[in-house]
Design a protein around this ligand. Structure first.
Ligand code: PLP
Length: 400
């Protein structure tokens, strides 16, 4: 297990809620920020703040160097072939919208997604389907929230132009076999986008080994600020696909007669970017790597297994997702509304999320409107799990 002293790296975790020490188990929604990240943000505004890329003065050059160094840190974290494959976005949602807006689809094409997707990996594709006449196709899941691989194999065809798949389910913690599914989709010539929003805080990512074309994530799920994210894309695709938003930075030459576009990554980064966010994201990844992703993964697996075991003793409880889930543990107690449960345990100082978790189609598949979800981060401890299970047991008794 990781040392409990890691909590002291995160100033907010020293706060009290309703007179009790905060137990923060809403990490799939957003993670808390360590001092190293807060310091990087502050240092940027105190020592570097300037607009990047075109300035000749000292601060403009220093901010540009720091911003591009951040891109290199991120490229090396995900094992990209080049920093040019790393496009800064405002988050995972932004990245999916970027890709779904530039892919040329037409009538007869199919977009394959899974039942486990977050709305941000559903709706942009539905919008593309509406625009292009392409068809949405859904990979079903079983009662454990595990994707049906034989159904997936049958759904694949040469009509499949896109596979958009989450690596880890934010609702149930299911880990999809993304490498195998990517390889199968590539055999049919599909473009593959992996949503790594819930993978990035919990596991090592190697985009070269993955074999996909695009991968998106948000900084705020991996201890960085909100408003910064990454779209990784294969360089040949980024070069050949059309630009997305138009504006400054994404151009080489503009005349009133026409524009020539910049090379990736700048081609997809119109306007002044979130400079501080990029620098703070690199600081967050440095922080995570100093602890070690294997150690984090192992720690969180032990926490989630302990939570699942303790909660399963509660009469009438149903745990969702497979036993080898990571990140998120969803549950429901018969006769107890998830909202009431979440509200009561908040009064006991325990922060969890209740509702559909932006996965309404998945909730509909299970015939429910929502669940209570505890989600885990590197700073959580066995004491947090004890606080969670004690609070849930108490609340369940009060509510049923
Ligand atoms: N994909 C998954 C699996 C998520 O869990 C989330 C957020 O919860 C997103 C995408 C969207 O992330 P963001 O709102 O940061 O763009």
């Amino acid at each position: 297990m990781l040392p409990a002293s890691l909590k002291s790296d995160f100033p907010i975790l020293g706060e009290t809620v309703n007179g009790r020490p905060l137990v923060y188990l809403d990490n799939a929604a957003t993670s808390q920020k360590p001092r190293a990240v807060l310091d990087a943000s502050r240092h940027y505004y105190e020592a570097l703040n300037s607009n990047i890329h075109r300035g000749t003065h000292f601060l403009a050059r220093a901010a540009t160097v720091a911003h591009e160094a951040a891109r290199e840190t991120i490229a090396s974290h995900i094992h990209a072939n080049s920093p040019d494959e790393v496009i800064f976005t405002s988050g995972a949602t932004d990245g999916v919208n970027l890709v779904s807006d530039i892919l040329p689809l037409s009538v007869g094409d199919e977009i394959l997604i899974s039942t486990l997707e977050h709305h941000s990996n559903i709706v942009p594709w539905q919008m593309l389907a509406e625009r292009s006449g392409a068809k949405m196709v859904m990979i079903p899941c079983d009662e454990n929230g595990v994707l049906d691989q034989s159904a997936f194999a049958n759904l694949l065809s040469d009509k499949t132009k896109v596979l958009a798949l989450t690596w880890v389910s934010n609702a149930f913690g299911t880990v999809n076999p993304v490498r195998e599914m990517t390889a199968a989709a590539k055999k049919h010539g599909a473009t593959v986008l992996i949503d790594a929003a819930q993978a990035i805080p919990h596991m090592a990512i190697d985009v070269r080994e993955l074999g996909a074309d695009f991968l998106v994530f948000s900084g705020h799920k991996v201890y960085a600020p909100t408003g910064i994210g990454v779209l990784w894309g294969r360089l040949d695709l980024l070069k050949s696909l059309p630009p997305w938003k138009g504006g400054g930075e994404m151009i080489k030459q503009v005349t009133f007669e026409g524009t020539t576009y910049n090379d990736p990554p700048f081609k997809y980064e119109a306007g002044t970017p979130n400079i501080e966010g990029a620098i703070a994201l690199a600081a967050a990844l440095d922080y995570v790597n100093a602890i070690g992703l294997d150690a984090i993964h192992d720690h969180e697996r032990k926490l989630i297994a302990a939570a699942a075991e303790a909660l399963s003793e509660i009469p009438g409880i149903r745990l969702y997702g497979p036993p080898d889930r990571i990140g998120a543990l969803s549950f429901a107690i018969e006769g107890v509304h998830h909202y009431d449960l979440g509200t009561l345990i908040d009064q006991m100082g325990v922060a969890v999320r209740t509702g559909h978790h932006c996965c309404q189609p998945l909730m509909a598949r299970f015939g429910i409107t929502g669940t209570t979800r505890a989600s885990f981060a590197l700073y959580n401890t066995m004491e947090d799990i004890e606080a969670l299970t004690t609070a849930v047991k108490k609340a369940a008794t009060m509510l049923s």
